[in-house]
Design a protein around this ligand. Structure first.
Ligand code: NAD
Ligand code: UDP
Length: 309
């Protein structure tokens, strides 16, 4: 199949492109290289079935495809808050453009939505029916509300035009090729510990997250794309729940060295708890994560150790 991956040079996108190519697909990676990089996809450039297009999803584009994975959007708070208006345009205009493309080509199209649509959740663990607790005017809203609007657009194209959509809500995912400068917690802690720098815990570290290893996530994403039972939204993540303090301690215990924990103010609207209920995806495609946090951290630490050589 001809598969278009927007945001294909990013952390998740590059793993997805790699997997799609290994299954014999023709892959078009479309990216504006805002947070993605050529180094993430350099190893794929010699593959004759791989094509890269430098393009911004905010602008329309005419391409042919059988499948579209829409991943283009900065995902870390540091990067999506860098130019919040652009972040909204990327989610909203980007969705309109790729949905237009799907409508014209009759491609099946998957939206990479996020657990952030639940905001700071007062239902725990988060089920897909929960409508969320998002501050519509806060610093995170450019991302949360942009993604919520994109979900609305996907479902409106589905209802109005019969577009063949899939919507997944991705919970915190980590692994090799995370950008060490984008401020996400797993990469921050590992890189800080490897460099012997202080580990920056925001707030008192009692807030929780559930961390999914990238290979599991990509398996789930492709499984949801190819099933025909549900258009979603479907949660995708690892239900193991850890406080940020526990994560810091695990990373420190694995890496050792002289780093100390330092506590910094909790960013505005930082969700206090997050854990996916994955019953739906489990019952539809039998998916559940296979890599636990210990093993995933070991693999990710090995990657960053190599990068920092
Ligand atoms: P990332 O920042 O590594 O990747 C995003 C990619 O999109 C980058 O390559 C970037 O250059 C590209 N991009 C950004 N704006 C663009 C634009 N206007 N036009 C074209 N390309 C653009 O982030 P990621 O972690 O790989 O996330 C991929 C997708 O998954 C995002 O949509 C994100 O919201 C979603 N997601 C990720 C996570 C996670 O934990 N990694 C969690 C929830 C949702
Ligand atoms: N965090 C932290 N130290 C850091 C980076 C992040 O304590 O150096 C915290 C952050 O406040 C949040 C959690 O870790 O509570 C996850 O942050 P991340 O930016 O990775 O993802 P998100 O907040 O979008 O879930």
């Amino acid at each position: 199949m001809k598969v278009l991956v927007t945001g294909g040079a990013g952390f998740l996108g590059s793993h997805l492109c790699e997997r799609l190519l290994s299954q014999g697909n023709d892959v078009i990676c479309l990216d504006n290289f805002f947070t993605g990089s050529k180094s993430n996809i350099r190893h794929l450039l010699d593959n004759p079935y791989f094509e890269v297009i430098r393009h911004d999803v905010v602008d329309p584009i005419k391409l042919e495809a059988d499948r579209i994975y829409n991943l283009a959007c900065p995902a870390s708070p540091v990067h999506y808050q860098y130019n919040p208006i652009k972040t909204i345009k990327t989610s909203v205009l980007g969705a309109i453009n790729v949905l237009g493309l799907a409508k014209r080509t009759k491609a099946r199209i998957l939206q990479a939505s996020t657990s952030e649509v639940y905001g700071d959740p007062d239902v725990h663990p988060q089920v897909e029916e929960y409508r969320g607790n998002v501050n519509p005017i806060g610093l995170r809203s450019c991302y949360d509300e942009g993604k919520r609007c994109a979900e609305s657009l996907f479902f409106n194209y589905y209802r109005e035009h019969g577009t063949d959509i899939r919507v997944i809500r991705i919970f915190n995912t980590y692994g090799p090729r995370m950008d060490p400068r984008d401020g996400r917690v797993v990469s921050n802690f590992i890189v800080q510990a490897l460099k012997g720098e202080d580990i920056t815990v925001f707030g008192d570290g009692s807030q929780t997250r559930s961390f999914c290893y990238v290979d599991d996530l990509v398996n789930g994403m492709m499984g949801i794309m190819e099933q025909t039972q549900s258009v979603g939204p479907l949660n995708l993540g690892n239900p193991g729940e850890f406080t940020i303090l526990e994560l810091a301690e695990k990373v420190l215990a694995k890496i050792g060295g002289k780093s100390k924990l330092v506590f910094q103010p909790l960013p505005e609207d930082d969700p206090l708890q997050r854990k996916p209920n994955i019953d739906k995806v489990k019952s539809i495609i039998g998916w559940e994560p296979k890599v636990n946090l210990e093993e995933g951290l070991d693999r990710t630490i090995a990657y960053f150790r190599d990068q920092l050589k």
